[in-house]
Design a protein around this ligand. Structure first.
Ligand code: SF4
Length: 58
């Protein structure tokens, strides 16, 4: 199986400033890349640990 085609997920997302966001609820992309946050404290809180690397400004 191609690594880019694993699973069949729907990506929920509320980031309305992203060009790939649909109606404030979904991501239109079939695949996103999640990246670790760098330069943040190691808190274990989502906002300090991960972010969407596929984000693009509208
Ligand atoms: S690319 Fe990332 S930030 Fe943009 S809509 Fe998709 S999941 Fe949300």
């Amino acid at each position: 199986m191609e690594k880019t085609k694993i699973g069949c997920q729907t990506i929920g997302c509320h980031v309305t400033s992203c060009r790939y966001n649909d109606s404030g609820n979904y991501c239109e992309l079939t695949r996103i890349q999640v990246e670790p946050c760098t330069g943040r404290p190691d808190t274990g809180c989502a906002e300090d640990e991960s972010l969407c690397g596929s984000y693009a400004k509208r």
